[in-house]
Design a protein. Structure first.
Length: 255
């Protein structure tokens, strides 16, 4: 975690303020997007393909520099900083797909997340923390990561991202390629991260399942936030369900 304290009066750990961003000479993907992530909260981005969901995470983590607007972490302006600086500011990014090194042990994979740390005592405390948070990590600590199931590998990725005590974890499609049972386990781990005091900004293809997990939902369309609010309210809205969630909310009456 960054040693820099939050700016006085800020209510948010991460703010994307009026962001315009795109790739090369192509048209803008994000067009005046604003998103705010409070502490110990899961904020979920949903919307159609091409809405700009993954681009939001790339801007937040420093992989893509915005053409205009601001990125703030704990109230401090970090706009334009690269991934290494963003990590130092308190942002960890778990990329889409599997990123474990299969021929390395679980321990070696997790400890890669602590490569910027020099304090052995602090590293040991973080190892104990992630092993408690994700028991499978401790149980399989000395095993090759490639022998784990897809859901277990995802927990290794989560553990690695938490080794530097981030303020916010950015998750891009954590359920991709996983079966429904494993997906449920992964979302349980997202809640565990939130309950441990980590804020989460989540992009997920399974919009309904993600909103069932999230505290706040943001519906993106054409590079802007179309609507934002408490996730349960978005789930219960019949119009939003038809447009963005693939059908009526559970329990809704049919006509």
């Amino acid at each position: 975690m960054s040693d820099q304290p939050p700016a006085t009066g800020t209510e948010y750990l991460l703010e994307l303020d009026d962001i315009q961003a795109g790739y090369g000479r192509a048209a803008m993907v994000l067009r005046g997007l604003t998103i705010k992530v409070p502490p110990s909260t899961v904020v979920c981005l949903v919307g159609p393909n091409g809405a700009g969901k993954s681009t939001v995470l790339k801007v937040a983590s420093g992989l893509l520099k915005p053409r205009s607007g601001r990125v703030l972490v704990g109230g401090h302006d970090v706009t334009g900083q690269g991934p290494q600086e963003m990590l130092s500011s308190g942002l960890a990014h778990v990329l889409q797909g599997h990123s474990v090194f299969r021929e390395m042990t679980v321990a070696e994979n997790v400890l890669l997340g602590a490569y910027t740390l020099r304090d052995k005592e602090k590293i040991a405390k973080r190892v104990a923390f992630v092993q408690e948070l994700f028991p499978i990590v401790g149980e399989r600590w000395k095993q090759l990561a490639g022998l784990l199931s897809g859901g277990q590998q995802k927990q290794v990725e989560f553990a690695r991202s938490l080794m530097v005590s981030p303020r916010v974890v950015l998750l891009d499609e954590p359920s991709m390629g996983l079966d429904p049972k494993t997906t449920a386990t992964v979302f349980e781990q997202v809640v565990r991260m939130r309950d441990a005091g980590v804020a989460v900004l989540l992009v997920e293809q399974n919009a309904r399942r993600a909103l069932e997990t999230a505290d706040i939902g943001c519906v993106l369309d054409l590079g802007r936030v179309h609507i934002t609010g408490p996730a349960p309210e978005l789930l219960a809205d019949p119009q939003l369900s038809e447009l963005y969630l693939g059908g009526r909310p559970s329990g809704a009456a049919t006509s």
